[in-house]
Design a protein around this ligand. Structure first.
Ligand code: NDP
Length: 588
């Protein structure tokens, strides 16, 4: 016997979604360019002048986050002792972990499976869920271990890639006047990397201090990512946004500010975290190969495959069946749609009950309860966030009925008919949705015969395995593109980097003139993707708006390989073992 009415819950979810749907959808946001460009400035590393580069490298990697670092490391392992150049807009390596240094930042996937190359670099995270600074330093460690600093260029944005047919090289231009050449180019410029601002009328008129969480201004707040922001002691601070970032930031702002106003439009689902220092009890297996075994185990469990044990046993592996609604990767379809929905209702009931257990004011608790299915938004985990609302210096301002904050004036934030005077506004309002500069058009690419990549892809991307395209030789894409994804994104990037390095090494060994998939291979991969495509539209349309469903206007997603990452990685290994290289190496 159920102690709740599923039909009533379904109706409540619809009503709560409808309260938040906005006609302008994703267009409500503003880019951090033009008049708002200063929101994207680097607060961490001074920009150094340098002479433009005019040289040639073997492999140029766009992006120094984990994707680029892993590719650099795998290429070194494949014998490329020099000629690897990482280019990044940031002042150092680290990608998302370079930019995001807000107080409280941690990875939300277990660090023993999230931080790549632990065994190769002799590192061990000090916490089960590492603080961001430890992850950033690990990125630096990878760059140092594999000698990736020597040719790197930072504070440099690649502005154009142009293939030179005669020399069989890429001409790479940047915003620093570089005019370089590279035999191969790997684009690993990230997915959630461009900060966005909310489209709040009057946002530009506010005269107090503002910044985005991915450019934290410790000069203004004092302290560091561990907290201690003593300069906020006399400040009234507004936090706009309660996603995965907002829930990590809020407890620290509450601790240090005179008063914190949390402006919420949709509450996150906040589950138990249980972070703890690393000890031998949860890393019993430390025999060589332990990290790969653990990563594979995590991936298998969360995608519903068979594993003898769940080595990680946390909030991700415990909700594997629910995640498969939105992520690709059903290896074992063991639940019917009805059973999945029921499991989802039960999980979300548990999350809502947790709010009641922790938050003492029943009216505030009510506002903090999420009314949508589990994977409509990225689930979050915290043992501090909900407790924050029991503090006397914290006010929760619910903005669901007004589509968010309604206006900003010179001194205040307006929500509906109430106005709140504040000294500082922190935007935890997220990032432009995950495509690389190549796909968004920010980085123009001209391939063989001058063909423009986005013209060639006018009806959608065309790749083999998401990596490369006919007409665009020696160009490799990393990230989510006609391949398989996972919440442990670094694992996905690791497999991609191994594949790319293997192909480039094979091209070297066979003296290939270019790496370029045949039209037939590309067509076959597109057909495979289409054959497996799963229709997720109905699920997405029922979801509360967010970046995962294009702000309530879901689009058909035929870009992923539905059988999921375990099958995809196996497929890549088979392809390499069975000489798939013939599909991409042009030898004469
Ligand atoms: P999100 O896009 O998830 O959240 C943005 C927040 O801003 C939402 O709460 C949104 O409300 C709110 N918002 C936007 N506009 C307004 C407005 N006009 N008025 C009021 N509120 C507004 O961004 P995050 O930075 O939180 O997270 C992005 C992604 O980054 C995560 O999903 C995750 O993938 C990753 N991440 C991972 C972490 C980790 O530990 N590994 C930590 C942090 C982030 P609404 O929901 O109503 O749209």
């Amino acid at each position: 016997m159920l102690d709740f009415d599923p039909a009533a819950l379904r109706a409540r979810y619809r009503a709560e979604r409808d309260r938040r749907l906005r006609p302008d959808g994703a267009a409500q946001y503003r880019r951090t360019t033009g008049e708002f460009g200063y929101y994207a400035d680097d607060p961490y590393t001074p920009r150094a002048e340098r002479a433009p580069k005019r040289d040639t490298v073997e492999v140029l990697i766009v992006g120094g986050g984990f994707g680029g670092l892993l590719t650099g490391a795998r290429l070194r392992q494949a014998g490329f002792t020099d000629g690897i150049r990482i280019v990044d807009e940031a002042g150092d390596v680290g990608g998302t972990w370079y930019w995001n240094r807000y107080p409280g930042i941690h990875c939300d996937v277990e660090s023993y499976v999230y931080l790549p190359l632990l065994e190769e670099t002799g590192a061990l995270p000090t916490w089960r869920y590492s603080p961001g600074e430890e992850i950033r330093q690990h990125a630096v460690r990878i760059a140092e271990t594999f000698g990736l600093y020597s040719d790197a260029l930072f504070h440099t944005a690649v502005t154009e890639l142009r293939w030179d047919d005669d020399e069989a090289e890429w001409i790479v231009r940047t915003d620093r006047g570089d005019d370089m050449r590279a035999r191969h180019v790997v684009v690993g410029s990230g997915t959630l990397s461009r900060a966005k601002l909310p489209g709040i009328p009057g946002i530009e008129s506010f005269r107090g201090h503002t910044f985005h969480t991915s450019r934290w201004d410790y000069g203004y707040t004092g302290g560091d990512a561990r907290g201690g922001m003593t300069k906020l002691a006399d400040k009234r601070v507004a936090l706009i946004g309660t996603g995965a970032t907002g829930i990590q930031v809020a407890p620290h702002l509450a601790q240090d500010a005179a008063h914190l106003y949390v402006f919420q439009r949709t509450p996150s689902a906040v589950d138990h975290r249980g972070n703890r220092p690393t000890d031998e009890t949860h890393l019993r297996d430390r025999e060589p190969g332990w990290q790969r075994r653990r990563m594979e185990n995590f991936l298998t469990v969360i995608t519903g495959g068979h594993a003898d044990e769940d080595m990680i046993g946390d909030g991700w592996t415990g909700t594997a069946a629910l995640q498969r609604k939105i992520l690709s990767g059903t290896v074992r379809a063991d639940l019917t749609e009805e059973e999945t929905e029921l499991a989802d209702f039960l999980k979300m009931n548990e999350i809502r009950a947790r709010v009641d257990e922790i938050v003492t004011d029943p009216a505030v608790a009510e506002l903090l309860k999420p009314w949508y299915r589990y994977m409509c938004k990225r689930p979050t985990f915290s043992d501090f966030y909900l407790q924050t609302f029991n503090r006397p210096n914290v006010t929760l301002v619910d903005t669901a009925d007004t589509g968010g904050v309604t206006a900003m004036t010179e001194t205040s934030i307006v929500a509906g008919d109430r106005s709140y005077d504040v000294d500082c506004v922190v935007f935890a309002t997220g990032f432009e949705v995950g495509v690389s500069g190549v796909v968004s058009g920010l980085l123009p690419v001209h391939g063989r015969g001058g063909a423009q990549l986005l013209h060639t892809w006018a009806r959608g991307p065309r790749t083999l395995h998401g990596f490369y395209s006919h007409g665009f030789p020696n160009l490799f894409h990393m990230g989510s593109l006609q391949n398989a994804n996972s919440v442990n994104f670094t694992h996905v990037l690791d497999e991609q980097s191994q594949h790319i390095a293997a192909v480039i090494a094979e091209a070297r060994d066979r003296k290939a003139v270019r790496v370029e998939p045949t039209v037939e291979a590309e067509e076959a991969w597109l057909a495979t993707i289409r054959a497996h495509a799963r229709d997720n539209l109905a699920f997405q349309a029922d979801c509360t708006p967010g970046y995962l469903n294009n702000e309530g206007k879901p689009r058909p997603q035929n870009n992923g390989f539905s059988p999921g990452p375990v099958v995809f990685h196996e497929l890549l290994r088979d392809w390499r073992a069975n000489d798939g290289y013939d599909q991409v190496l042009v030898t004469a």
